[in-house]
Design a protein around this ligand. Sequence first.
Ligand code: LCS
Length: 405
Amino acid sequence: MHGIYVLKKEIENIMNRKKPGFSTRAIHAGDKEEETGAVTTPIYQTAPFKFKSAARAASVMAGDEKGYVYSRGLNPTTEVLEEKMADLEGGEAALAQATGMAAISAAVFTEVKAGDHIIADEVIYGSTYDLFIDLAKFGVDVSFIDTSDVSNVKAAFRPGTKLVFFETPANPTMKLTDIKAVSELAHERNATVMVDNTYMTPYFQKPLSLGADVVLHSATKYLNGHGDTLGGIIVGSSDFIKRARHTAKNIGGAISPFNSWLIIRGMKTLPVRMDRHTENAMAVARFLQGHEKVDKVNYPGLTDFPQYDLARKQMSGAGGMIAFMLKYADDVPVFLGTLELCTLAVSLGETGTLIQHPATMTHAVIPREKRIKYGIADELVRLSVGLEDVEDIIADLGQALDRVI
Ligand code: LCS
């Protein structure tokens, strides 16, 4: 009965669909009709654009007419990427930048000024944490709290709170934050909500549809998916993106057209890659969970994941990232040093399996005492499960765990 119900529902969804599905849009959204008939997006590898007349130059520069001026502000290749991302996240507009950090900086600088207060989750990527620490220099105060408990967020608001920022799942612990609940709370207090959606991608989670105002991405990760370029994206309302484009143009973190093109190409296979990353990660998580040398496995696809209900509510897939604890911190270097297939490297979300030790690598900037308090333990290992045959990934992890005493 249940199966028939699901099938009927799927057919209804197909019949009632107002716009093409996610995979179709991942491939085609943002496409332009090219004069040459080029089927793939051309790479407009140019810094300036020629004006047809001085009058048009004046009009475009004044913002009265749309036109390409200089690739630090707008570029036709990058524009395809921006339109694709806005479409997939369900936002009005998007802005691509050279890196995830360039995107986060531009978005945050657009929103806050001296005297403002930010509430940030205490578990976020190391450089984002570091950026927030640096904001003190500009008179912006940041409270790092555990946003996974909504009552903490409620208690952290002050009259000057302008922004609430979090990742869900959080890098590296996989802790989740309730996007809808936090957004409702923030909006009652006129604060903006920014969600870093790097781990999930819009394929598995759409923060804007849950009430968030701005979505951020390190496109370096799953969006590009092949570990061969850096990139960052901001998605939000047309008004916010217009303001962010102004700020970003002056900061100067424009993405190269070639890197935009690589991300556009990568995104065409995002749904199939995310499905396989998830399938592989589920098998790896189950293997790790049953292993005597492993203390704890944090993966939102496991039914005993502490926030499993929230995961099912706001995510449509568990993704490819796993955090797990070895029993002893001293064993971490032995384990990492014995792996052969899994590559010891930072970054995540690419075809090959990557593994790293947050305490000494991605999150080493956080003072140890704070790091431990936040749950980024010395025993914690982060795994970005790749697209290799899962039996090979498991065999490699197994042989390295066997070397741990
Ligand atoms: N947001 C998240 C959640 C990230 O994981 C990263 C990078 C960034 C933003 C910044 O993006 P980027 O400027 O590098 O494109 N995360 C990394 C990591 O975990 N290992 O190396 C980089």
